[in-house]
Design a protein around this ligand. Structure first.
Ligand SMILES: Cc1cc2nc3c(=O)[nH]c(=O)nc-3n(C[C@H](O)[C@H](O)[C@H](O)COP(=O)(O)O)c2cc1C
Length: 405
């Protein structure tokens, strides 16, 4: 099957599944523990319906969107994922090229394989850098300074991964970070020759096992190397003062990624953030987290008039993007969707994913009678009020939220 024949993101997912070893596909595709959050992210979108409008001329629809004073061609951006470079040889470059061609921002993850300097030098476009905090904060601050020197326009500090998600399936099928060879995962690789030769083989032929090129020099080892102690990328001592310290050294747009509570959104602004990403990490970390779309209205109510709100998690259709915009997000980040595309066919696959979104967002806008992204609002969704009411009831007391009611 060619990527042009993929009708939707689920078709690209199937193509990715065929090309990738099982351990790698599952690392991208699955959630954590019982995968309640992963499934709820999709179900929550299904529960929200449009309130379609009719008989308006929508023949001049435009998807252009302005974020931080800069115009983009669509109200979506690429979420940071440490995995693009494992989907395809130097997959970050492929994905960044597709993003640039589509006129949308690209976020590069701390754990990427391609360096931020190469992405900026070889591709360009609107580039945002994601940051994880090492227990040794100096290491993270080095990454921040490099991102500034490389010309990145925004820093996304991820705060919902202070401990690793409990991904039991990874352990079962022989995948770990750092990567360790064993008979299970090696057989799996051999059974997927297109990935073995086209991705892993090309890294090995061009200098050895892939490295995390954005890690500070002292951590520059390949993906099979363990770190430990203060050199771990996750830090369970991460706190508001860290945000303040980042604000002091980062002169451009600063976003806090991974918030689900209006009070945390409020506090992020107090500590100098320019925006937030309402996200549950695609259901990969805390299995009991609500879907971000369920809590978005309460966050918009608290800080929507004072900051830029981005949204991610569970988005697979253009209609999901439009629902998040209707509930108050200004831009929607997509994670797995473009990873599936990159895994299927590099830049062409990522471009196909973005093309699918463009078509679906445009179709949804027509169906609710919107010519511009800024026309999309809460009046276009049903059940929005009940979502908000349920959240506020829950926030006010120990009442059980019945979002399914
Ligand atoms: C394979 C994979 C790796 C990810 N790596 C990171 C990361 O390094 N930093 C980060 O902030 N988020 C990371 N994320 C989360 C994404 O940025 C985003 O929040 C999530 O994918 C959105 O959900 P979706 O995949 O349903 O669109 C990762 C997600 C996936 C699927």
């Amino acid at each position: 099957m060619r990527v042009e024949d993929a009708h939707n993101i689920f078709d690209l997912r199937e193509m990715a599944k065929r090309r990738l070893p099982k351990w790698l596909f599952e690392f991208v595709d699955r959630g954590t523990e019982e995968e309640v959050a992963l499934h709820n992210n999709r179900e929550a979108f299904e529960r929200i319906k449009f309130l379609p409008r009719m008989l308006e001329d929508v023949s001049s629809r435009k998807l252009d969107t302005t974020i931080f004073g800069k115009e983009h061609k669509m109200p979506i951006g690429i979420a940071p994922t440490g995995a693009a470079g494992m989907m395809w040889y130097r997959g970050e470059l492929e994905l960044a090229r597709a993003a640039k061609a589509a006129g949308v921002p690209f976020s590069l993850a701390t754990g990427s394989i391609t360096s931020m300097e190469e992405v900026a030098g070889e591709v360009g476009g609107t580039l945002w850098m994601q940051l994880y905090m090492w227990a040794d904060r100096k290491l993270s601050h080095q990454v921040v300074r490099r991102a500034q020197a490389a010309g990145f326009e925004a820093l996304l500090v991820t705060v919902d991964g202070v401990v690793a998600g409990n991904r039991e399936y990874n352990k079962r099928n022989g995948f770990s970070v750092p990567f360790k060879y064993n008979s299970r995962n090696t057989t799996d690789v051999v059974m997927h020759p297109r990935w073995m030769l086209g991705t892993l083989g090309r890294y090995i032929a061009n200098g050895g096992m892939p490295k995390r090129a954005n890690f500070p020099d002292e951590l520059q080892q390949n993906i099979t190397t363990a770190y430990g102690g203060s050199k771990e990328t996750r830090s369970d001592s991460l706190c508001w003062d860290d945000l303040k310290a980042l604000r002091d050294i980062w002169p451009h747009k600063l976003l806090v990624k991974g918030l689900l509570h209006p009070d945390d959104a409020e506090k992020s602004l107090e500590y100098g953030a320019d925006g937030i990403v309402v996200s549950n990490h695609g259901g990969r970390n805390c299995d009991s987290a609500p879907s971000p779309i369920e809590v978005l209205p309460s966050i918009v109510k608290a800080v929507g008039d004072r900051t830029t709100i981005l949204f991610d998690s569970g988005v697979r259709r253009g209609s999901d993007v439009v629902k998040a915009l209707a509930l108050g997000a200004q831009m929607v980040l997509i994670g797995r969707s473009t990873l599936y595309g990159t895994a299927a066919a590099g830049e062409a696959g990522a471009a196909r994913a973005l093309e699918i979104y463009r078509g679906e967002i445009s179709r949804s806008m027509a169906q609710i009678c919107c010519n511009k992204v800024s026309d999309i609002g809460p009046q276009h969704v049903a059940y929005q009020e009940s979502l908000t009411r349920e959240w506020h009831k829950a926030a006010a007391g120990p009442e059980v939220v019945r979002l399914r009611a």
